[in-house]
Write a protein that binds this ligand. Structure first.
Ligand SMILES: [Zn+2]
Length: 293
């Protein structure tokens, strides 16, 4: 008898794209992660906490290439497993993120609890792609769209059908604007949201986490406005107080936030404040630490 699967699979179709969404069966369960099958490509590979379910779902339709949106462990986690189980295939990664993908072998404990450590990937196994590249994936073309904001180097992958753009957005879009990651740049995120919203009259969002959205343009434009309004509050508070410390500014504006301590300064309201005041343009970034007393 084979081992029980580590996640529940929900499969949905979006034109030529199949979304495979995995929810871990063991706690913590709030770690849903999606991968996408399009043509002969797999976009992102999920986390190692759902490895068995990912592999089982791909057995009957193995991809012939992998395209990665960015370097985080819930996207690159299963590259090694898939290459070993399904055989060698091209793995395309955003050019500026290849060094960090190869270098990341362990993640902090709070991230490992949610997504697991990524399995190691060798440099020779990765091929770079760039903004604007058109990737032929067995009859379906994916267009790479630079979408920094969640992290420098982040890419979205676009499938066009006339006035419709279906966009695999990785971690670009979040409906919870204050929950940004320590590699974020809010001004870049605003520009990326608006750039994706402008791709077509009808934009559909296919994110890694959370639900697929048919109201992509409206959601992105509303999200960009929301980020700008929050950033304006940060700048106003800094101008009023003369204090640029992200922890103190965030406590005054948004109150107490336990996530900063839990995440070791990688997530939380103070991280949002710093992503406004000192947007990250290059990796590696450092976590947000409280000021000396
Ligand atoms: Zn990410």
């Amino acid at each position: 008898m084979s081992a029980p699967l580590d996640a529940e699979l929900r499969r949905t179709t979006h034109g030529p794209i199949t979304r495979l969404s995995f929810a871990p069966t063991a706690p913590p369960r709030d770690a849903q992660v999606s991968v996408y099958l399009v043509g002969d490509a797999l976009v992102d590979t999920g986390s190692t906490r759902v490895s068995r379910a990912v592999l089982a779902a791909l057995r009957d339709r193995p991809p012939r290439r992998i395209v990665l949106t960015h370097q985080h462990e819930d996207h690159v986690g299963n590259v090694r497993l898939l290459l070993d189980a399904l055989g060698p295939m091209p793995v395309l990664a955003p050019r500026e993120l290849i060094d960090v993908i190869v270098a990341t072998r362990r993640v902090p404990p709070y991230r490992a609890a949610f997504f697991g450590h990524p399995h190691p990937i060798e440099r020779a196994e990765l091929s770079p792609y760039d903004d604007g590249d058109e990737l032929d994936c067995g009859g379906v073309t994916l267009t790479a769209q630079a979408t920094p904001g969640h992290t420098p180097g982040h890419m979205a992958l676009v499938v066009r059908e006339g006035g419709l753009a279906r966009v695999m957005t990785g971690d670009l879009f979040t409906p919870r604007p204050l929950e940004v990651f320590f590699e974020a740049a809010i001004d870049d995120a605003v520009r990326s949201y608006r750039a994706v919203a402008a791709l077509a009259p009808d934009v559909r969002l296919l994110p890694t986490h959370g639900r697929a959205r048919d109201d992509g343009r409206a959601a992105l434009l509303r999200g960009a406005d929301e980020l700008e309004a929050l950033a304006a509050r940060v700048h106003a508070e800094v101008a009023r107080s003369g204090d640029r410390d992200p922890v103190r500014v965030s406590e005054r504006l948004f109150g107490d936030d336990p996530m900063r301590a839990i995440s070791g300064g990688e997530i939380g309201h103070a991280v949002f404040v710093r992503a406004v005041l000192e947007p990250v343009r290059r990796l590696p970034a450092i976590a947000v630490t409280p000021p000396a007393p």
